[in-house]
Design a protein around this ligand. Structure first.
Ligand code: SAJ
Length: 408
């Protein structure tokens, strides 16, 4: 019998399972993807993240095993995807429900099921609790339910797993306290106990706050462009005020969290989430704004050959290999519909076959482009700035400090 069974070994589940094992817990990691389990069993990690390989080595010297079948354990941590329906803007809880169903098939009496996946507020009471009851289990007696939403940021996951504070939402203080002990084996941050609905709402509110703040920055970028002002300079100055903290404008908001979670509120509270909805629309308008800037710059400088335009960066942000909801993919879709193709793409962290026009290496990319649009500030480009000299550059991330660079 394992102490913790982690269900779903993706971006959140894998580091969490490894962290638990590295801190003395007996852990089973479960995923239905056989290839992923084979890779882990062969001693390799399945995605790139700072410190993940070292953590893996540490976990293997503890007690962790990987399976495609669910295992018996005292605690289950469910970290599976929670897609949302792009039309209704509502959460699709089917992955969570299926995972909980499979837990119920094997778990001992009094097991604790901890949902870490981000869910729209009310999901546990609307879907998960009734589902468990429909299977003949009494929640709070046969099974205990907890929502402990993950809050780590890709790029600094390992550090944040240890240092961030955590939210634990449970029906009873007693259950909250036992779950706190599990997380406290590695979490040095404060662990806050609350009820399940408040935990669900807090997590979605955090990411929505960030989305709204970025939307404000993006709107400022458009306003400053009209007056030919440098928005980054304006924000830098405004942020010197002790009570102002504006995030950075960019080519759009991607990833599976910030660009998705606000929709949960828009979908469930349509008449009440006007600002949140508008912020989503502003952030989603940024890839088109980048294209508009490319056309302006080309026109002003008599540049006509669209096939010499190259977009650097396909991932949703710097130094991760995740392309979910990435602004570059959104931009590509707009180009397909309205402008035709012919441009080049390059990303050192992506497989070379994601987009038409994608080139496989940096040298070829530089040789084939006169106009470079920096969509993502990967370390690679930061370390190679002198090689961009002589190119026309549109920097949507404010990472290039060379003279003559165009900004948003
Ligand atoms: N972005 C901007 N301007 C900024 C900051 C970000 O345009 O000033 C863009 C990024 O380039 C990216 C998107 O927003 O496309 C989201 O990036 P992010 O770094 O803000 O967030 P994620 O999605 O990588 O991770 C977030 C984190 N949430 C917060 O910082 C509040 C993380 O803590 C969460 O655990 C994670 O979402 C999640 O899973 O919810």
């Amino acid at each position: 019998m394992y102490e913790v069974c982690v269900v779903g070994l993706g971006y959140i589940g894998l580091p969490t399972a490894l962290m638990l094992a590295a801190h003395g817990n007996r852990v089973a990691g479960v995923d239905y993807d056989t290839h992923l389990i084979e890779t882990l069993r062969s001693g390799k990690v399945t995605f790139q993240e700072d410190g993940l390989e070292a953590l893996f080595a540490q976990a293997l010297s503890g007690d962790i095993q990987f399976f495609t079948e669910y295992q018996k354990a005292n605690y289950y941590i469910v970290a599976v995807p929670t897609p949302f329906d792009k039309d209704t803007k509502k959460i699709d809880p089917s992955y969570v429900i299926n995972a909980v169903g499979s837990v119920l098939d094997v778990c001992p009496k009094s097991a604790v099921i901890i949902i870490e996946s981000t869910i729209s507020p009310g999901t546990i009471n609307k879907f998960v609790r009734p589902f468990i009851q429909s299977r003949g289990f009494s929640v709070g007696d046969d099974i205990h339910l907890v929502h402990a939403p993950e809050r780590i940021i890709p790029g600094a996951m390992i550090r944040e797993l240890k240092q961030n504070s955590r939210i634990i939402g449970s029906d009873s203080k007693e259950t909250g306290e036992v779950v706190r002990k599990i997380y406290a084996t590695f979490c040095e941050g404060e662990i806050i106990l609350t009820d399940i609905h408040s935990a669900e709402m807090s997590k979605v509110v955090e990411n929505t706050f960030r989305d709204v703040n970025i939307a404000f920055a993006n709107e400022l970028a458009k306003i400053c462009r009209q007056d030919n002002l440098d928005v980054y300079e304006i924000i830098r100055i405004a942020n010197m005020h002790p009570r102002v903290n504006i995030l950075s404008p960019g080519p759009g908001v991607g990833g599976h969290c910030i660009s998705v979670d606000p929709w949960f509120l828009v979908g469930d509270y349509p008449g009440l989430s006007l600002l949140i909805h508008e912020a989503r629309k502003i952030n989603d308008s940024m890839p088109a704004f980048v294209l508009q800037r490319v056309h302006e710059i080309m026109k002003e400088n008599n540049l006509t050959d669209i096939s010499r335009v190259g977009f650097y960066g396909i991932t949703y942000k710097e130094d991760v290999d995740d392309i979910r909801e990435s602004p570059t993919l959104q931009l590509f879709e707009i180009m397909q519909k309205h402008l035709g193709g012919g441009v080049k793409f390059y990303d050192p962290l992506c497989k070379p076959d994601i987009l038409p026009g994608q080139v496989a290496d940096f040298d070829t990319f530089l040789d084939s482009c006169d106009i470079i649009v920096i969509m993502v500030g990967h370390k690679q480009i930061l370390n190679n700035m002198p090689r961009l000299e002589g190119k026309w550059i549109l920097d949507t991330r404010d990472v290039c400090k060379m003279p003559g660079v165009f900004k948003l």
